[in-house]
Design a protein around this ligand. Structure first.
Ligand code: TIU
Length: 238
């Protein structure tokens, strides 16, 4: 049976312009067909009083990813690479929030409940916004997503298709939740995903390590794992 909308996978466009040092092996990519995707670097996950903390997490564990992300974003902007930011969150009436996601934990700490940074994980509230250190510049697309994956119920796939993007450099939080889900979605859609290890973080160091290991295992079953420095080097020379 043919799927209703068979994806038209593209072969790698022309001669790849850059080789990025990565695991399980270096990857050659056309940087002109590559986008930088920054997943959910939001106050709700990185600062005290937000969704991450209401889930019982030590949010300070995510801070290490901020400076590497900032450096990669700067290099991407200098190169003219597409930089896409995502935010996880829900409409104020919670119509896009499945009860199975909302009905967890104490009612006063759930999605939509009032917190020190506004209603928890609600679009438009201070906590939902991206942290000041990584704030998008005018013109950079911001994808608001209701789920963990950045493709589910968003316009990301169309945006990337319109721009001819074939490869994704993926950063953000958390490694095993929204980064992994997005990489898996992207892998099924035919994108080469290169995850930048030091630009990602988890509330659980062992899950960060396992999340990266799962991506690069089995010959790179979901993608490649690299870091900010090899990618910045490739951007400067490729
Ligand atoms: N963005 C993202 O990863 N959402 C989460 O809920 N992550 C957790 O690790 N909880």
């Amino acid at each position: 049976m043919t799927p209703a909308s068979a994806p038209g996978f593209r072969r790698q466009s022309s001669v790849p312009a850059a080789v990025i040092d990565a695991e399980p092996e270096p990857i050659a990519v056309d940087l002109d067909r590559t986008a930088l995707v920054i997943i959910d670097m939001q106050r709700d996950f990185l600062e005290p009083g937000g969704f991450g903390e209401t889930l019982g997490n030590d949010v300070s564990r995510l801070a290490a990813a901020v400076e590497p992300c900032r450096a990669v974003i700067e290099a991407a902007r200098n190169r003219g690479m597409l930089v896409v930011h995502t935010r996880e969150g829900h409409l104020p009436d919670l119509s896009d929030a499945p009860p199975a996601k909302v009905e967890r934990g104490q009612p006063n700490l759930r999605i939509g409940a009032p917190g020190p940074m506004g209603r928890i994980l609600i679009r438009g509230e201070p906590g939902h916004d991206i942290i000041p250190a990584l704030y998008p510049v005018p013109g950079e697309p911001i994808i608001d997503k209701p789920g963990k994956g950045a493709f589910y119920a968003t316009g990301l796939g169309q945006l990337l298709a319109d721009k001819g993007i074939e490869n994704l450099l993926v950063c953000g939080v958390t490694t095993e939740v929204c980064v992994n889900t997005t990489v898996r979605e992207a892998n099924d859609r035919g994108y080469r995903c290169i995850v930048l290890a030091d630009c990602c973080a988890s509330y659980f160091p062992e899950f960060h390590a396992a999340g990266l290991a799962m991506i690069k295992a089995q010959g790179g079953i979901f993608g490649w794992v690299s870091g900010s420095k090899p990618v910045i080097t490739a951007m400067a020379t490729g």
